[in-house]
Design a protein around this ligand. Structure first.
Ligand code: PMP
Length: 365
C-alpha cells in the first residue's frame, strides 16, 4: 500500500460531527418533530414527486419554493436563499464571512456546528461564555465588539441546547453596535413565536436562518433557508454548491410549505407538552430544568450519565451533555408525543427513586 500525505492542517484532531443516534423506542434526542407529515400531505407529496424529472438538474435556486417563502415573509425573492438543510447555510456563512485572518463571535454553550465550521475555514473564534443561567453576557459582548475585528456573529434564538431565545432588544442593539454580519439562527422560532424578521428592513447586517427540519417534520429531507438583504444573499450565492437542493426536496418542500397551516396544531401540542414536561421535571427530586422557548428541555441532575444510560436501557434516547464543557451534569430531552413524554417522566422518576433507595440503604449499612 502506498501512503497518502496529511490532510489540511486545520483537520488535525478534529472529530467528525456525531449526532449520537442509537436505535430506541422513543427518539427524544435530536429535537425533531415527533409526528411525521400527515397522510394527506404525504399523498400529495407522492403525487408531486411522481412528476419530477429525475434526468434533469434541479432549479439551482429552488425558485418555486423561494418565491413561496418570500411572499409569506413579505420579501422579494432576492432576499431568500434555500440550502441543503440549515447546516449547509451555516457552512456557507463561514465560507463567505470567515476565512484566514477573519474572526467570528460565538456564545457557548451553543450549537457546536458554529465553532466547527469556523475551524474548518481557518476562522478565529472569540468565545463569550454565557452566564450561569445561560443568558448572554451583554456587557462583555459589546465590549468585545468595540474592538472592531469581529467579521460575523452567530446567535441561536432559541439557543440549542440551553433553550431560551435571545432578548429582542439585545439583538437589535447588537445589530446597531456592529457592521459584522449577524446570523440569528431561528431554527426553532416556531416554538418561541418570536422572530427578528422586521429588523431586516433596517439592518443590512442581519441574516436569519430557518429550517424545515423541526416544526415542519422534514428533518429527513434537508431543507433550510436564509432571509437577508440582497447584498448579503449575493455573497452566499458565491460560495454555495450550485445544485445543493435536489429536485425531490424542492417538490416536497413546496407541498409542505403550501400546507404549513396544518402543522400548527402539532406545534401547539409541543408547546403545551413542554409546559407539562417542565412541571414534571421541576417536581422531580434533584432535577433542575432550565426554562425553554423551544421543543426541548435541558436539565441538570446528579448522576446524569447514569440517568441517561437507565433511560436508554428502557428504550428512551435523550441527548447526553453531561461531559460537555459548560454543560456538566446536563441532559436534553426533546418534547415528544404525550405518550413518549409520559414514558420519559416515568422512567426518570423511577431512576431517581431507585437511586434514593440505594443511598438510604448505603447510609443505614
Ligand atoms: N441550527 C440549530 C440551532 C440546530 O439545532 C440545527 C439542527 N440541529 C440546525 C441549525 C440545522 O438544522 P438542519 O440542517 O436540519 O436544517
Amino acid at each position: 500500500m502506498n501512503r497518502v500525505r496529511a490532510s489540511a492542517p486545520q483537520l488535525a484532531g478534529l472529530v467528525p460531527y456525531d449526532p449520537k443516534y442509537l436505535p430506541a423506542r422513543a427518539f427524544l434526542s435530536a429535537n425533531e418533530n415527533p409526528r411525521d407529515v400527515d397522510a394527506e400531505v404525504r399523498e400529495l407529496i407522492s403525487r408531486r414527486i411522481a412528476s419530477v424529472p429525475l434526468n434533469r438538474y434541479p432549479d439551482p435556486l429552488a425558485n418555486g419554493l423561494r418565491d413561496m417563502i418570500a411572499e409569506a415573509n413579505g420579501l422579494d425573492r432576492s432576499c431568500v436563499l434555500l440550502g441543503n438543510g440549515g447546516d449547509e447555510l451555516l457552512f456557507d456563512l463561514a465560507l463567505a464571512w470567515g476565512g484566514p485572518g477573519r474572526t467570528c463571535l460565538n456564545f457557548p454553550p451553543t450549537f457546536s456546528v458554529y465553532a466547527a465550521n469556523a475551524r474548518l475555514t481557518n476562522t478565529a473564534v472569540v468565545d463569550i461564555a454565557r452566564r450561569e443561567d445561560f443568558s448572554i453576557d451583554e456587557e462583555a459582548t459589546f465590549e468585545r465588539l468595540a474592538v472592531g475585528d469581529i467579521d460575523y456573529v452567530v446567535v441561536a434564538s432559541p439557543n440549542n441546547p440551553t433553550g431560551l431565545r435571545a432578548p429582542q432588544d439585545f439583538l437589535e442593539r447588537l445589530l446597531d453596535a456592529t457592521d459584522a454580519l449577524v446570523m440569528v439562527d431561528e431554527a426553532y422560532f416556531e416554538f418561541s413565536r418570536s422572530t427578528v424578521r422586521p429588523l431586516l428592513a433596517t439592518h443590512e447586517n442581519l441574516v436569519i436562518l430557518r429550517t424545515f427540519s423541526k416544526a415542519f417534520s422534514l428533518a429527513g429531507v434537508r431543507l433550510g433557508y436564509i432571509l437577508a438583504n440582497p447584498g448579503v444573499i449575493n455573497e452566499f450565492l458565491k460560495v454555495r454548491q450550485p445544485y445543493s437542493v435536489d429536485a425531490v426536496s424542492q417538490a416536497v418542500g413546496e407541498v409542505v410549505y403550501e400546507h404549513r397551516a396544518r402543522f400548527e396544531p402539532g406545534i401547539r401540542e409541543i408547546i403545551e407538552e413542554r409546559g407539562r414536561v417542565m412541571e414534571a421535571l421541576r417536581t422531580t427530586v434533584g432535577v433542575r430544568p432550565y426554562p425553554s422557548d423551544s421543543n426541548w428541555i435541558l436539565f441538570n441532575m446528579e448522576d446524569a450519565g447514569a440517568a441517561w444510560a437507565s433511560l436508554y436501557e428502557n428504550g428512551v434516547l435523550v441527548r447526553d451533555f453531561s461531559a460537555t464543557p459548560l454543560l456538566e451534569g446536563c441532559l436534553r430531552v426533546t418534547i415528544g408525543t404525550p405518550e413518549q413524554n409520559d414514558e420519559f417522566i416515568r422512567l426518570l422518576r423511577a431512576f431517581v427513586a431507585e437511586r434514593g433507595q440505594k443511598r438510604a440503604q448505603a447510609a443505614r449499612a
